[in-house]
Ligand binder design. Sequence first.
Ligand SMILES: [Zn+2]
Length: 416
Amino acid sequence: MDKKIIKGNFIFSKNLNNLSFLENTHLLINDGKILDIFKEVPTKYKNLNILDFKNKIIIPPFVDLHLHAPQYAMRGLGMDKELLDWLNTYTFKEENKFKDIGYAKRIYNEFAKDLIKHGTLRAVIFATIHKKSTEILFEVLEKYGLETYVGKVNMDRNCPEFLKENTEKSLKETEELILNYKNNKKSKPIITPRFAPTSTQKLLKGLGELAIKYNIPIQSHLSENQKEVKWVKELYNHNYSEVYNENNLFGQTPTLMAHCIYLTKKGIELMKNNRVIAVHCPQSNVNLASGIMPVRTLLNEGLNIGLGSDIGAGHSIAIKRSMVMAIELSKLIYKDNKNLKPLSTEEVFFMATKGSDFFGKIGEFNVDFSFDALIIDDSNLGTTELTLKERLQRFIYIGDDRNIIKRYLNGKEINF
Ligand SMILES: [Zn+2]
């Protein structure tokens, strides 16, 4: 049996409101899982090797619930545009390059390495419409040992001709990818209509049928920008959430919806009843002048919320940056409405490490959880004569990838 002991200062979240701390504690790891937790090593384990991380802090890895791998190479471009302009000027052209598998290989490898470097070991990812380069993305992520969901994008109208799919072909290729990868252990398929405006009714209906037939989760965009919301109304004469819901793309299987800035009362109700997870992408919402997700209001309504870097409309792949910005934006809302209190470190840390349970039971240093961890050396950030909470907060605000000295997923070290 592959047993080992890891010692350090562990910090994690069990719920939105509290952090849990295990100071100078030993975890007994067996086959990638936490088998036992103790302050002093019991005699029966005295002969096991102890990996002692001394005064370092150890946290669960980050979970990114929304980002676009093919937009990795265009981070920071077009940040003076709004959503629809940005898509037309930069994004669609960049995504078109992924018809070339050589290009896909190069960018997807850089993308995966950067994710790992920044401590994101689980992610839910958009690819492009291209089947072959989507397969490359699956293979690259498997190679590095990350746990992900990967979606081939579907899009059959209201986009440039070079990205417009034939509806039947789009559905057929999606089904082929599902069949090829649904039994993967680490990187699994997810149904990914880009968003309602670039999909025909027929495409959405077909995707919903595939989701149910194979029990595959769903990701898309919802109510990101006011012009887009108006456009959906014109195209479908219906509430945005309802468009997805009527096509079995809204919680009929586990569903992630990015942005959720301009939800109606009915939309919020539907998300809650269907247990749809809202993904907060603060960087891209600011960069594209989309707006601010009303996180506190949605939390009060009982919605489940996770975080997304939304590369490339978001410019930094580091989820830490999204955590800080989520707090900052919530303070701007609070400034004008004292009933909506700002997000706390506890809340954003919970969102960033538990990922709304989309990946199941993760994010805790508790018995029966898999051992997933980032080892943080914060000695260059100032004194370590602080509480563990203070050191965590400081790392989130002013640390960077260089502070992460080791990364573990299911007990195995992940390298890049
Ligand atoms: Zn997005």
